[in-house]
Design a protein around this ligand. Structure first.
Ligand code: ZN
Length: 358
């Protein structure tokens, strides 16, 4: 099944790229100010001019393989304090030999520059908007919207495959996982699944979306899916730490994507264990305070097990009946923590169904 899906996607992508190529125009590839000839890596930027607020420069790399093949976009830093994903893509660029590559790679390690520079999680502090929730953007809008309009045109649309990396934000204590986002279109879903498997994170959260619904296309992955692209999301890291294992997981996963598309000579490792999570839920605290976990991320918990408590800001434990009230959600599930938030603390649990039949 897996092997078949990989063969299918490779064939599809190669034929699509081959169809799109125009003789004489395939010798160089340009994104923003970066133009790479075949067999070269070029650095440059997508410049977002100032408008109703300040402008923005999004630095990128374009790796144009010596031989034709798919166009794959790797994007991180929509959340600028998810450092693992940003560092991983920086390192990933240097691991690719353009002379040995088939196809083309667009790498954008940091979209949300102000989030990084001002250390503001989740949003772009310039306009308080999400840079993973404002696609397809708006050239006449605020900074996030103007930026995403250019990202949509220059990164997403030219790509056959879009890989969206995240890294466990300042207030997230996550275990590594991928999202396999299904649209109900078998070919698109099989292709996305093949890449999620190749990426080789051992937990895959399965989400079903209506790709035709504009509300589903506000995120990078949803927007790419709405355009018929193959896409998936991977996340490793936690709490703003740049842990070597998490960085390595995202770098090697990205390399595996290229290998699975036959863009490099790499070998995709066989996944030894895999858990599909079919139903994830997040729970908001009903009051502000500070959350203290009782179990580690990635733990399996049983119904009725206490998973943490909330204190007020002088350290008094507040009633935690609401944790006990979550018992229906803790059945045999993996627990991930999304702790905190600017307007009140919240925790999130994932319910794992272990649905190996998927
Ligand atoms: Zn993120």
């Amino acid at each position: 099944m897996t092997t078949f899906a990989r063969v299918l996607i490779t064939t599809t992508l190669l034929s699509r790229v081959g169809f799109a190529q125009i003789p004489g125009q395939s010798t160089a590839f340009t994104v923003g100010s970066a133009t790479a000839s075949r067999g070269q890596t070029a650095y440059g930027a997508i410049t977002v001019p100032a408008g109703i607020d300040s402008g923005l420069v999004i630095q990128i790399a374009v790796i144009h393989g010596a031989r034709p093949g798919p166009v794959v976009a790797f994007v991180a830093g929509s959340h600028g304090t998810e450092y693992v994903s940003i560092v991983a893509l920086q390192r990933f660029i240097g691991t690719i030999d353009a002379k040995a590559l088939a196809g083309t790679i667009i790498v954008a390690p940091l979209l949300n520059v102000a989030s990084m520079e001002q250390m503001v999680p989740h949003i772009n502090p310039v306009d308080r908007k999400g840079m993973n929730s404002s696609y397809p953007g708006n050239r006449a809008g605020t900074q996030s919207e103007r930026a995403l309009a250019l990202v949509a045109e220059q990164i997403v649309k030219p790509a056959d495959v879009v890989v969206d990396l995240h890294g466990g934000d300042l207030d997230e204590d996550l275990r590594p996982y991928s999202y396999w986002i299904r649209t109900g279109r078998a070919q698109q879903d099989d292709a996305s699944k093949a890449l999620a498997l190749a990426f080789n994170l051992d937990v895959i959260i399965v989400r079903d979306v209506d790709a035709a619904n504009p509300a589903s296309a506000r995120s990078l992955s949803g927007y790419a899916l709405s355009l018929g692209k193959t896409t998936f999301v991977a996340e490793a890291g936690r709490a703003g730490l740049v842990e070597p294992d998490a960085v390595a997981a995202l770098v090697s996963g990205s390399q595996n994507v290229l290998a699975s598309l036959n863009m490099t000579a790499g070998v995709v490792p066989k996944m030894e264990k895999l858990v599909y999570v079919g139903n994830d839920k997040r729970v908001l605290s009903d009051r502000p305070g500070m959350f203290y976990k009782s179990v580690e991320r990635g733990s399996y918990v049983v119904q009725g097990q206490k998973v943490g408590h909330v204190t007020d800001y002088v350290g008094r434990v507040m009633v935690d009946w609401w944790i006990g009230g979550l018992v229906d959600w803790w059945i045999g599930g993996l627990v991930d923590w999304w702790v905190g938030g600017l307007v009140g603390w919240w925790i999130g649990g994932l319910v794992g169904q272990g649905a190996t039949a998927l």
